[in-house]
Design a protein around this ligand. Structure first.
Ligand code: GDP
Ligand code: IMO
Ligand code: MG
Length: 428
């Protein structure tokens, strides 16, 4: 038995969906702890590709329980759509999908506000997914949010919406010239989605603690990644939640002492969607090659992902901050055709070596990466399942990354499918 947090170590899209789906074979419960439908987790098996935004990546394994935790922000329309997609595809979630009674709701005014704020931000634009994530978390912290438990009590739902409505309407009108739909329309929208998922709303916090007491294996599924964390990421170019491992405790109601293990997921190079500093970003043919060979286009918005070399400063920061015990390295096959591969092992600022990851955005933006070079292997690693079968230069690169991170890499992913994986040690 164990409780394991699975966390992204970069700026998201590290391949968490694949890794969680794979590990779920040995788990009983998978629980999402933060974020919302800004996430896009891809799972490929039996030749089919699925992208999940809100529902945990275990939903395709028939006997596993999936929890949407209190730390997640839920857009009822997006959740309904995802449930419908699963139904249409023939995946049954009855009795296996549990939604926290304490999760905050994304409302239509959050979505409008997210889009308008970005449009008006000029050079300070964050490049959000436009899903209303930031405004919904802002209302949660401001203590004016609507929560899932309010769906169990229609009068409470109406009352909360009514008490917020006039203020939101004025702000949107005066700042952005946007008209908010009538209050009755918003209430009706919420009620129409309610019927679809109200029966899944339970106290998932005590459910999870009970399963832990029974000795079940629980995976806590992080969305986004360490560098997008609201406290520890490249603020303000971050998301609005704690995507780092600590978020699993607050976002699920699991006591810190019950977490046994933290597993980090990291790509063999780096990508980022949206704006913000990215020291190892490539604007040349190498960057283009990584984007094409890695199919680096956003799972949620379809935007091209910015691509760059592996950044061991970021990796080491993620290891220390999250207390990572083991690393899953993904997309090694994407490097197959490169002649030379670079790894950033430190930053220089105005010629001086910087210690760790600078907090100041202007400083980080001015940092120059210090690189170590590795020779490429220029042969296919796609689908390899045994470490010994990898080309020698690929082995050297992986072991080099292991040394830079200071943590074992027991899992190496050589393709998007479940079976395209090398396991050379225990993960859970
Ligand atoms: P997540 O948000 O961390 O779950 O990652 P995404 O699903 O957004 O993006 C990862 C992408 O890489 C998806 O398209 C996966 O199918 C794909 N992927 C995952 N692992 C591998 C791998 O080892 N090799 C290749 N080529 N693709 C991978
Ligand atoms: P997964 O779980 C990559 C990025 C957005 C933007 C910033 C803030 O698939 O790894 P938001 O809509 O959250 O307010 O946007 O965060 N972002 C992601 N980037 N993967 C994600 O999720 C992301 N979720 C948000 O592009 O830069
Ligand atoms: Mg993603």
């Amino acid at each position: 038995m164990s409780v394991c947090v699975v966390v992204g170590m970069q700026w998201g899209d590290e391949g968490k969906g694949k890794i969680i789906d794979l590990l779920t074979e040995k788990a009983d419960v998978v629980a999402r702890y933060q974020g919302g439908h800004n996430a896009g987790h891809t799972i490929i098996f039996d030749g089919n590709k699925y992208i999940l935004h809100l529902i945990p990546s275990a939903i395709f394994r028939p006997d596993k329980i999936c929890v949407i935790g209190n730390g997640v922000v839920i857009d009822p329309a997006a959740l309904s759509e995802e449930m419908q997609m699963l139904k249409d595809l023939g995946f049954d979630y009855e009795g296996r999908l549990l939604i926290s009674d304490r999760a905050n709701i994304i409302l239509p005014y959050h979505r409008i506000s997210a889009l308008q704020k970005e449009g008006a931000s000029g050079s300070r634009k964050i490049g959000t997914t436009g899903r209303g994530i930031g405004p919904a978390y802002s209302d949660k912290i401001a203590r004016v949010g609507l929560r899932t438990c309010d769906f169990l009590d229609e009068s409470r739902l109406q009352e909360t919406l009514r008490s917020n409505y006039e203020e939101k309407k004025k702000i949107l009108k005066n700042l952005y010239g946007e008209n908010l739909p009538e209050l009755g329309e918003i209430v009706d929208q919420m009620l129409s989605h309610r019927d679809r998922f109200v029966k899944f709303i339970v106290n998932t916090q005590s459910f999870l603690r009970d399963r832990i007491a029974e000795g079940k294996t629980i995976l806590c599924e992080g969305a986004q990644g360490t560098m997008l964390d609201i406290d520890h990421g490249t603020y303000p170019f971050v998301t609005s939640s704690n995507s780092t491992a600590g978020g699993a405790c607050t976002g699920l109601g699991i006591p810190p002492a019950r977490i046994d293990r933290t597993l980090g997921v990291i790509k063999a190079y780096t990508t980022r969607v949206g704006e913000g500093p990215f020291p190892t970003e490539l604007h040349d043919d190498y960057g283009e090659q990584l984007r094409n060979d890695g199919d680096e286009f956003g799972s949620t918005t379809g935007r091209p992902r910015r691509c760059g070399w592996f950044d061991a400063v970021v990796g080491k920061y993620a290891v220390e901050l999250n207390g990572i015990d083991a690393v899953a390295l993904t997309k090694i096959d994407v490097l197959d055709q490169l002649d030379t591969i670079r790894v950033c092992t430190g930053y220089r600022h105005h010629g001086k070596v910087v210690d760790g990851l600078p907090a100041s955005l202007p400083v980080l933006e001015q940092c120059e990466p210090v690189y170590t070079e590795y020779p490429g292997w220029q042969q296919s690693t796609s689908g390899i399942r045994c470490f010994d079968e990898l080309p020698d230069n690929a082995k050297r690169y992986i072991d080099g990354l292991q040394d830079h991170l200071g943590v074992e890499i027991p899992l190496i992913s050589t393709g998007p499918g479940r079976e395209e994986t090398i396991l050379r040690g225990e993960l859970l």
